[in-house]
Design a protein around this ligand. Structure first.
Ligand SMILES: Cc1cc2nc3c(=O)[nH]c(=O)nc-3n(C[C@H](O)[C@H](O)[C@H](O)COP(=O)(O)OP(=O)(O)OC[C@H]3O[C@@H](n4cnc5c(N)ncnc54)[C@H](O)[C@@H]3O)c2cc1C
Length: 421
């Protein structure tokens, strides 16, 4: 890899006041033809390009992004990484991703700030206690770490929660996945972009795909617009990883996906000293919290429940999320909100992704990650690259095919994926 980052390089660069750093990736002009085009310069698209080059030796690849790298949901999420899903198919998929996350900084030579600080799910009632113990035990059956917590253990891990006996949502316990945590979201996109570019992948920003070129039912290229100028780029294999815009791209190719797009928002407080060193999720109030390395309390909630492509959240959900925050962490009531933003997420009826071929030959989609696809960037890229390079589904992706909506073999992860993280 060019420009290997190291402590020595950092030291050397300090002598020129850090003004001589080479760009992390090469910004390419589109060539007329590629072996594979990947649409979408979010984490999934960039990881796909990297694994195409690294795992399969396919280097004549372009990533086409209509805006800037990571400017979609990859740079807008709340950075939670976990594999606490219920069904064996999902457990395998998401745990493969957590395993890749563990080695990613070293492999990509980029500090993605992966911090395995644990993800705690709260139980507020005896019924919640029953369901978290079923959930944790299902995880253990699938070989994934989970520890059930009583109220005393919970208090040791998160003393700022509201343990008042008369709290609206009493805290009776919960469970923790200690291998879960957070990673810096845009660093993941930049790390894959840099590594893919070093392997010869062309990264093309500010270029929207506006249609597909077809011949006899197969894709043979894409139509683009760059700086207002229409263009065409040929490739006989095209991978699509555009998250909340998946149904629009499918419509361009002439088929429909079982996907609804919704706004999903998050917010951060002003930065404060360390007060929360784990991720806390309350399914009862539909809200979750962590603290960033900069000190901001990161707060996420549930979907805005009306379909939309607008990249903004509604005040109603903001109010609900903040009232839940003050209920759970009374001391956070004194914090000022610094920023609020939203992304557009692609939600499937069974809350599980779609990774594989489509009705159009040569065209493959990676989508439907909904509110939880940051954690799956490594595995999403790995499995999409596999099917693009070999024409066969990766075994991890086999259960997540589009045809499950015809066969009825759904993998309903709404309980584990229901909150947005
Ligand atoms: C507020 C919020 C909080 C979240 N929290 C978490 C979390 O804590 N943990 C977690 O695992 N997941 C979380 N998610 C979900 C996660 O962010 C997404 O599932 C994931 O980022 C999807 O990555 P992607 O690469 O598929 O999509 P994106 O990052 O959205 O990238 C898709 C790219 O495609 C581009 N594109 C779209 N149309 C075109 C076109 N026609 N031509 C060219 N390019 C196009 C877009 O500009 C975009 O950059 C959250 C999402 C949001 C919005």
């Amino acid at each position: 890899m060019r420009n290997r980052y190291s402590a020595w390089q950092l030291f050397g660069a300090s002598r020129s006041a850090h003004e001589d750093w080479a760009p992390a990736w090469h910004e390419a002009d589109p060539k007329p033809r590629y072996d594979v085009i990947v649409i979408g310069g979010g984490g999934h698209g960039l990881a796909t390009a990297y694994y195409l080059a690294k795992n399969h030796g396919v280097g004549n690849v372009a990533v086409i992004e209509k805006g800037w790298l990571g400017g979609g949901n990859t740079g807008r999420n709340t950075t939670v990484v976990r594999s606490n899903y219920l069904f064996p198919e999902s457990a395998r998929l998401y745990n493969f991703s957590v395993n890749l996350f563990e080695g990613l900084a070293r492999e990509l030579n980029f500090n993605i700030m992966f911090s395995q600080r644990g993800v705690i799910t709260l139980a507020h009632s005896r019924h919640d206690l029953d369901s978290v113990s079923r959930w944790a035990n299902a995880m253990r059956f699938n070989g994934i770490d989970a520890e059930i917590l009583d109220a005393r253990q919970l208090r040791e891990l998160a003393p700022r929660l509201n343990f008042e006996p008369l709290a609206r949502f009493p805290l009776l316990g919960g469970f923790i996945q200690r291998r879960g945590g957070t990673a810096r979201h845009d660093a993941v996109a930049w790390a894959y972009a840099r590594a893919a570019s070093a392997l010869g992948v062309d990264i093309i920003q500010n270029t929207a795909v506006t249609g597909f070129m077809m011949k006899g039912g197969s894709v043979v290229g894409v139509k683009t617009v760059q700086a207002g100028i229409p263009g065409e780029i040929r490739a006989e294999k095209v991978g699509v990883a555009v998250s909340g815009h998946s149904s629009q791209l499918a419509a361009m190719a002439g088929f429909r996906l079982p996907i609804m797009s919704y706004g999903l928002q998050a917010m951060v407080s002003e930065p404060i000293k360390p007060v929360l060193d784990t991720v806390i999720v309350s399914p009862a109030v539909g809200t979750y919290w962590s603290q960033s390395d900069k000190g901001e309390v990161v707060i996420g909630g549930s979907l805005d429940h009306f379909p939309s492509f607008a990249q903004r959240g509604s005040f109603a959900v903001t109010q609900q999320v903040l009232s839940a925050t003050v209920e759970m962490f009374p001391s956070f009531g004194r914090l000022r909100l610094l920023r609020q933003w939203a992304g557009v997420v692609d939600v499937v009826h069974d809350s599980s992704p779609i990774i594989g071929p489509t009705p159009v030959s040569g065209l493959y989609f990676n989508c439907g990650w909904g509110t939880g696809g940051f954690k799956s960037i490594p595995v999403g890229g790995w499995t999409l690259a596999h099917v693009l390079a070999t024409g066969r589904n990766h075994e991890l992706a086999e259960p997540f095919q589009l045809d499950r909506f015809r066969t009825g073999r759904l993998i309903d992860e709404a309980a584990a994926a229901g909150i947005a993280h």
